[in-house]
Design a protein around this ligand. Structure first.
Ligand SMILES: C[S@@+](CC[C@H](N)C(=O)[O-])C[C@H]1O[C@@H](n2cnc3c(N)ncnc32)[C@H](O)[C@@H]1O
Length: 271
């Protein structure tokens, strides 16, 4: 209890990130992980292995950048710190865990508060005044700017793509009347992030993402499947894929398990 409170106090974020629901989402992930740790373990292990397998492709090992580092559950920070001169852990919510890594590897690991969409500060200012059609436009036109820490040799988008537009859009008054708005914002912000990643041409790029969402009955039969990426962006089949038992019964529902098909796409130079 006291440890959890301390972690909250050591977590940094801009005030507007709280208004946009990002801080609440950060702690929701942490508390769910604490409840279903065993179910998440294979997914987290597979994520860390995929990231390290991709890092082998790097000829230059000056800078690694992790976007959406969060609590670094799926990120092999210590191993990256051994391989790269500088590891930047970027997130809009800088966690106590990320800060602990920076302390453990002084000068090699650093935490940066950074908005991967480039839209959120403005979105927060305009949040009450924005009409629904203006919100996706704001995400489409925003510029996240250059990568924090300088152009990386290795960049990991760590399971944040589907959240970039979705979480903040859910918090907007405009979304109360327009239920499809968060999904439209998610799509535009994800497209923008993929384009930004593709601009990092000299880097090995790892996109780690929930590619489909499934609801499974207690006997394992699929009740519903929603593709989140393949169909929307026409990506090639992923280089690696596995299932993440995200919310086993009764986490999300008493009737079904919420499961993600995770995909990993690795692009960029070969060593
Ligand atoms: C599903 S969590 C990823 C978990 C994290 N990789 C871990 O291992 O704990 C998504 C992360 O993306 C971050 N995020 C969401 N929107 C962001 C944005 N616009 N810029 C930077 N990070 C963002 C969230 O704060 C959260 O930590």
């Amino acid at each position: 209890m006291f440890a959890a409170l301390l972690r909250r106090l050591r977590t940094d974020s801009p005030r507007w990130a709280r208004n946009l629901g990002l801080v609440r989402e950060h702690f929701a992930i942490a508390t769910r992980h604490a409840r279903v740790r065993a179910e998440w373990a294979p997914h987290l292990r597979a994520s860390r292995e995929a990231i390290l397998a991709a890092a082998v492709r790097c000829a230059r090992r000056e800078r690694a950048l992790v976007i959406g580092a969060g609590d670094c559950l799926d990120v092999p920070v210590a191993e990256l710190a051994e391989q790269f001169a500088q590891v930047t852990l970027a997130d809009i919510v800088v966690s106590a865990t990320a800060k602990d890594f920076a302390k453990r590897f002084p000068g090699r690991v650093r935490c940066v508060q950074w908005d991967a969409t480039g839209a959120l500060a403005r979105l927060a200012v305009l949040r009450d005044a924005l009409a629904a059609p203006d919100v996706p436009k704001l995400f489409a036109e925003a510029d996240p700017g250059p990568p924090p820490g300088g152009e990386p040799d290795f960049v990991v988008s760590a399971n944040c793509l589907s959240q970039l537009g979705l979480v903040p859009a859910h918090s907007l008054p405009a979304a109360e009347k327009d239920k499809g708005l968060p999904d439209r914002c998610a799509k535009v912000a994800a497209r923008r992030h993929l384009d930004w990643l593709a601009e990092r041409r000299t880097a090995v790029r790892v996109l780690l993402v929930d590619a489909a969402r499934l609801d499974l009955a207690p006997d394992g039969v699929t009740i519903q499947k929603t593709e989140t990426l393949y169909t929307r962006f026409g990506l090639r089949p992923p280089d690696r894929t596995w299932r993440w038992n995200l919310a086993p019964i009764p986490e999300w529902s008493a009737d079904f398990h919420r499961v993600h098909d995770v995909g990993v796409w690795i692009d960029g130079p070969l060593a």
